[in-house]
Design a protein around this ligand. Structure first.
Ligand code: RB5
Length: 151
């Protein structure tokens, strides 16, 4: 898969470890994030990665900040983005199967690398389901339309 990853200043260590892990699985990873010692506000990074995913340039995205919350909220402001903060494998799998999450978000202050690897693996291996879940996902787009949000 072609994956984009980004982080703020609270997430560079986990970001580096996850890039190494995903590349070892054979994925192509583009790093939009910052390195150790650099600083960026998480809304800027969330929007940047969110936009790249919403434009269809990547199969999915990975975002990391201190908790995963701020950066996922920012990404979710981009129409078409469905970013899910995950701290366990079940949420990661269901976020992809049911919600069609196209970005997975982590908190470097919340999950360790071994858990994060398991979460990434569960997310990347899961397949988005059709049927009632597709109907519900279509309702996301309806909400965006209702408030005039478009890419
Ligand atoms: C940055 O210190 C921190 O607030 C940020 O990474 C994140 O946790 C916000 O949700």
């Amino acid at each position: 898969m072609k994956i984009v990853i980004g982080n703020d200043h609270a997430g560079p260590k986990l970001k580096n470890q996850l890039i190494e892990y995903m590349e070892s699985l054979g994925h192509e990873v583009d790093d939009f994030g910052i390195g150790i010692g650099e600083k960026i506000d998480y809304p800027i990074m969330g929007e940047k990665v969110g936009r790249a995913v919403a434009e269809g340039k990547y199969d999915c995205g990975v975002l990391i900040c201190g908790t995963g919350v701020g950066i996922s909220i920012a990404a979710n402001k981009v129409p078409g983005v469905r970013a899910a903060v995950c701290s366990d494998v079940t949420t990661a799998r269901l976020a992809k199967e049911h919600n069609g999450a196209n970005i997975i978000a982590f908190g470097e202050r919340i999950v360790g690398i071994e858990t994060a690897k398991d979460i990434v693996n569960a997310y990347l291996s899961a397949v988005t389901e059709d049927g009632r879940h597709a109907d519900r996902r279509a309702m996301f787009a309806k909400i965006e339309e209702k408030y005039g949000a478009k890419l």
